[in-house]
Structures are given as structure tokens and as C-alpha cells.
Design a protein around this ligand. Sequence first.
Ligand code: ADQ
Length: 473
Amino acid sequence: MSRLIVISNRVSVPKAAGAAGAQGGLAVALNSALREHRGIWFGWSGQETAEFTGHLDMQRNDDVTTATIDLEPQDIDEYYNGYANRTLWPLFHYRIDLTEYDRNFGEGYERVNERFAASVLPLIEPDDLVWVHDYHLLPLGSILRGKGVKNRMGLFLHTPWPPTRLLASLPFHERLVASMLEYDVLGFQTTEWLESFLHYVQKEMGLKVNLDNSIDYKGRKVVARAFPIGIDFAEFTEAAKSDEAKEAYNVLKSSVRGRKILIGVDRLDYSKGLGERFESFARFLSDHPEQAGDAVLLQIAPPSRGDVASYQQIREDLERKTGHINGAHADVGFVPIRYVNRGYPRAQLAGYYRAAEIGLVTPLRDGMNLVAKEYVAAQDPEDPGVLILSQFAGAALQLKDALLVNPHSVEHVAETIKRALDMPLAERKRRHARLLASVRQEDVIHWREQFVKALVGNEKEPAGSDLSQNEAA
Ligand code: ADQ
């Protein structure tokens, strides 16, 4: 079996089960993938150095070998806070209003991709499979090709892929996409993002897309497919049964004294639709005063990317909104929104999900959304909660038995909260059973196996099967 070289912006050293702190979706998914595969996870340490040296810090923890480099402050400004999080992230989440184009960002992005390539190059052996992750490293494969790497290389994009008309507003967009075609496999979360990508290469680059969605480019075949990411179902359901989860469940339940709980768990990010979510809950409280005292929204939102102004802005907006809504609807002994800015160990999180009658997952745009899947996995099948899910999350293509909502419509979400609170047990069980089957079957192991199989390149995939993958699930 070939070794796997995983490359992503940040490397998250695996934590012991139950260790404290938040882990992003990418970290959670890759730790479990790497545990099963011999190989190395390479990326930025998260640390600064005055002058870049390319020194590799190699570590082995919990069966995963990691290799990290430190970056200069200018790299972090221009590449991470700049091009990645002020240009590509908002653009890929359809927020052209927040997208900033700055020549220095672009130069910093290319410089850091060069530095990644030069540093990881000595670690790559001839038979290794190279698996690159996310929007931070789109051109990395082409830089490695320029340095003579002949290995099979794949890229998986965790975010959405924007519509062609939006992407065309990015200076040098053709160059960026052409660099991606140096990979052998391009993976997207859903058929929707895949179709947008294929539309771009046809319309903007005049390339032909074959029936199996592969693209012939410079004499090579590039496979483009949807690989919907899942959660580590076995690990998560195990965590949900732990004493820590039960304790968390009991603490939360007793604190609300019989009221129903709606839960939201998200990185504090404008793509997650938190402001709209709070307003929708406020609308529910105003529209249904008879039920207003019976429901509590617990929103867990650890801050992220705090150096970027739009993230400081969303934090301020949410604090103001929470104060305003609580001021209008609170009573002695009752506060409708509990807004918590911190991370929790996974077992504790599982206990909170299980205690909540409603999982409120309403991003304005999301590549996939693992919280929706975790919420489903944590429920008691005999008395499950209801998942309310944005139609604009990638997960909506798989989790069709959730109550799908338009997160921009405060009225629609408010009415759906009412419907979820009133839903009879039989319907809750029926919906949950189907959701659970999908979350269990298409878990992170399945995702990794499918991607690695495509990366190895010897699979026989029937033509067109990928485009039906999400729809059928
Ligand atoms: P994210 O935008 O980070 O991921 P998501 O998929 O929801 O979004 O993953 C978040 C993860 O962080 C979940 O596993 C969640 O449990 C964890 N988390 C969030 N808040 C937490 C807290 N307070 N304490 C502990 N854990 C917390 C990106 C893309 C998504 C895509 C993933 C994976 O934006 O669309 O689903 O990558 O590909």
C-alpha cells in the first residue's frame, strides 16, 4: 500500500480522545484518516518565525507523523489572513461584498505555496500518494510538478466552488484554475460545486469535459468528482455514550428546567448565518408568545480568524443582537439565547447535541457542514431531535429528511422552528432513521477510501455515477 502525504494549511496534532478544545472539521476528518494510513501530515505549525528557514519539525503522536514549518509574519498576513481568508474564502462563499483583491495578497499566496512545495519535496518518495487540502493550497500541485514530482496528486476542496460569473471577478482566475489542472484528482464536496467547476473549465477555458467528468489537459486525464465528507461515526457515537457526554447532557437538561433546547454549534464565521439565525429565533418568539417561554437557543461559537476585520465585525454584531433579543424577551429566571464563545471536548458536545430537541444548522453557504451530521449521530433513536438544515449547506444534498430551510428567510426559519417543536414522535423517528443511515454509511472512512481509490487511479467507476451520488443518498 502506498504511503499518503497529506498537505494542508494547518496541521492539527491529534488529541487524546476527550481532550479539551475545538477542532475544525478538517482536523477531525484527517486525524481519523491518517491513523489508518502510514504517512505524513505536512503543513504550517501556526507559529511565526522572524526569518523563514524551511526547518521541518517532525513529530509522532497517536500513530500520526506530522511535519511542520513556521512562517514569517508577512507570510501570515498576506497568505493566510490575506489571500486565503480575505480573498478566496469570502469569494468561494458567494460574499463578493467582503472579497478583497490586493496584489500583495496574491504574491504572498504564491510565495507561501512555493515555500510549502520546497519544504515538503524532500519528504515525498516515488510511490507516495500526495493529497492536498483546501483553498489555501490550490497551486501547490503545479509547483510540485515544476520541481519534477511525478507522483499521483489530488486536491480536495472543503469549501463550495463559486459560480463562474463570481469567480471571473478574481484577477488571474484562469491562472489559478489552470494550476489546479496539474493534479490527477480534483475532489469537491457535492455535485453542485463540481458542476460549477466543470462549467468554468468549459466556458472560460474552452476545455472538453468527458462523460465521466474527467478533463483532458495537456495530454493527461484529470478526474473531477464529488466526495461528500462525513464524520467519524464510530468515534463520535462512542463519545456520545461516555460518562462525560451523559454528565453534559444532565447539566444542560437540568439548567433549562423542562424547556426545549435548540442548539447551534459553529465556528464564528459570517458564512454560518448566525445573525439570521438569531433573528429567526427572535421572530419565532414574537410570533408564538404562547411557546416563547418554553424554548432556549444555545449557540456555541468559538471565535476564529480574529485578525481579519470581517470576523471582528461579525463578533460585535452577534453580541449586539444577542443583547437586544435577550433584552426584549428575557424574564426573571429565563434568558432565551445562551451565546457561548468557546470550544468543548467532543464527548461534551455530543451530550449537548443529544439534549437538544432541535439542531439549528443554517449556514448561508457551506461546503458540507459536519455539525449537521454530528447532531444526527448523537440523537437517541427512540426519541430523536429534529434537524433544521440550510438548503445552502452541501449536507442538504444528502440529508434530505432534515427540515430544509432558506436561512435568509426569517419567516421560513421561524415557522420551521414551530413545526419542529410540534413534530410528533413517529415522524421524528422516521426522519431520523433515514438521516442516521446516511450519516453512518457515508462516514469519514468511506470518504477517505473513495478519495484514495481515485488517487491510486485503478478504480472502475461507471460513467456519470458521481453526479447521482448526492442525489441518491
Ligand atoms: P468548518 O467551516 O469548520 O469546516 P464544519 O463542517 O461544521 O465547519 O465543522 C466544524 C467542526 O468543528 C465540527 O466537527 C464541530 O464539532 C467542531 N466544532 C465547532 N464548534 C465547536 C466547539 N465549540 N467545540 C468543539 N468543537 C467544535 C470546513 C468547511 C465545511 C466542511 C468541513 C469539512 O467550511 O463546509 O464540512 O470543512 O470538510
